[in-house]
Each structure stands twice: as structure tokens, then as C-alpha cells.
Design a protein around this ligand. Structure first.
Ligand SMILES: C[S@@+](CC[C@H](N)C(=O)[O-])C[C@H]1O[C@@H](n2cnc3c(N)ncnc32)[C@H](O)[C@@H]1O
Length: 206
């Protein structure tokens, strides 16, 4: 019995240390979006997905609703937002990238237990991932993370039309959002929507 207590204690300590260490390396902890901010991000993504469905995709002459909408969550934490996106948007294939081991395992298990087959989680750094097929990127990061994201989606760094970016709390530096919506949560987090390709036509460089 004592062994079980020791095992549980060691596991809990190891898990806490891994979350703190990876949070220190990333510059951000796996703190989830508030309920209201998460719901607003999902609603904005659903509206963008509907808009994308009604437009021709890059390289196509007409709209093709049979093609899935690819949504990537950069830093998916415990997986709540990615799973909610897959549930709310039936035409979406959602991939969450997370490089903190404990939140990654939790989110993968959560998706599996809930039978969400249109969402998957990948362990690793989203900055090293191929984001070129993304139609929408969702994120709740921090100012430095937004700079990294802005570089990743520059038109010349993608093989096709850059994705729409939906960000909780943090703006993309130097770009004018198409929408800024208040979530009404306790920390008054806005959600920003940068609709491709508009943002690359009239940057504000403020
Ligand atoms: C504030 S949390 C947000 C979690 C989730 N997106 C949400 O809205 O509930 C940010 C997450 O991004 C992850 N993260 C930060 N930088 C990352 C990177 N370069 N690659 C993968 N994940 C990263 C962190 O580990 C953390 O779990």
C-alpha cells in the first residue's frame, strides 16, 4: 500500500515539475482559455469555416463543400478548445500541437474517451510543424508567440493562401484585425480574427 502512495506522490511531483519546466521554456503555462473566451473562439471559427465553405479554395474555380476545413490549434493545452471546435464544426479536421507532455497526454486521452475522430493532437513545437495546409489557426499564446505565428503565416512562407488566424487575448503585431470581439470574461479578453488575405494587404505597422 505504501508503494502505491509513493508511486502516486512521485507521479504527481514529476507531472508538476514537467508542467512548470515546460511552461518556463515556452514562456507560458498551459492555462486554458476561459469558458467565455473558448466559446467565442469556437463561434468565430465556425463563422469563418462557413465563409470558407462558400468561397473557392486556392487553386479551385468554385466552392467545394466536400473538402474538410483544416483547423490547427497552436499550443492546444489540455485540448478543450480543439475538441469543442471539432464538435461544433462538422466539416472540420482539427489538429492541436502541444509541447508540454502532461497536457498533451490529457488532451489525447480526452479526445479518445469522447470518441472525437475529427480531432487529433501532436506532441511537438507548432513552430516546426508544417502549417501550410491550415485554413484556420486558433491560438491563445503570448506576445512573443504571436510574433512567431505572424512569421509563420507570411504569404511567402506558405505554399498557398495564408490561413485565417483567431487569437484569444493577444493581437498579431502590426496587423489590423478584421474583427475584435470582447468575450465578456473576468479578464476582459478580446478575441481577434485576422481574415486572410485582407490582413496582408493593408498592414498598419503600428
Ligand atoms: C495559454 S495555453 C492555451 C491552451 C489552449 N490553447 C486554450 O486556449 O485553452 C498555451 C499553450 O501553448 C503551449 N505552447 C506554447 N508554446 C508552444 C510551442 N512552441 N509549441 C507547442 N505548444 C506551445 C503551452 O504549453 C500551453 O499549453
Amino acid at each position: 500500500m505504501l508503494y502505491i502512495y509513493f508511486f502516486l506522490l512521485a507521479f504527481t511531483l514529476l507531472a508538476a515539475v514537467s508542467v512548470i519546466y515546460q511552461g518556463w521554456r515556452n514562456g507560458i503555462t498551459p492555462m486554458p482559455s476561459s469558458r467565455r473566451a473558448a466559446a467565442l473562439m469556437v463561434r468565430c471559427a465556425a463563422e469563418e469555416a462557413a465563409r470558407l465553405d462558400s468561397e473557392p479554395r486556392p487553386g479551385q474555380a468554385s466552392a467545394d463543400v466536400s473538402k474538410p476545413i483544416y483547423i490547427i490549434e497552436a499550443g492546444s493545452g489540455w485540448g478543450g478548445v480543439a475538441i469543442a471546435l471539432a464538435r461544433r464544426i462538422p466539416e472540420a479536421q482539427v489538429v492541436g500541437y502541444e509541447n508540454s507532455p502532461l497536457p498533451f497526454f490529457f488532451s489525447a486521452l480526452h479526445a479518445r474517451l469522447n470518441g472525437c475522430d475529427r480531432v487529433s493532437f501532436r506532441f511537438g513545437d507548432y513552430r516546426k510543424a508544417d502549417l501550410s495546409h491550415a485554413d484556420i489557426i486558433v491560438a491563445y499564446l503570448f506576445p512573443k508567440g504571436m510574433c512567431d505565428l505572424a512569421q509563420l503565416i507570411e504569404p511567402e512562407s506558405t505554399k498557398r493562401k495564408p490561413p485565417t488566424i483567431i487569437s484569444n487575448t493577444f493581437a498579431l503585431p502590426g496587423l489590423q484585425p478584421n474583427r475584435k470581439v470582447q468575450s465578456g470574461d473576468a479578464s476582459l479578453s478580446p478575441v481577434y480574427v485576422y481574415r486572410s488575405p485582407d490582413v496582408f494587404i493593408e498592414p498598419t505597422h503600428s
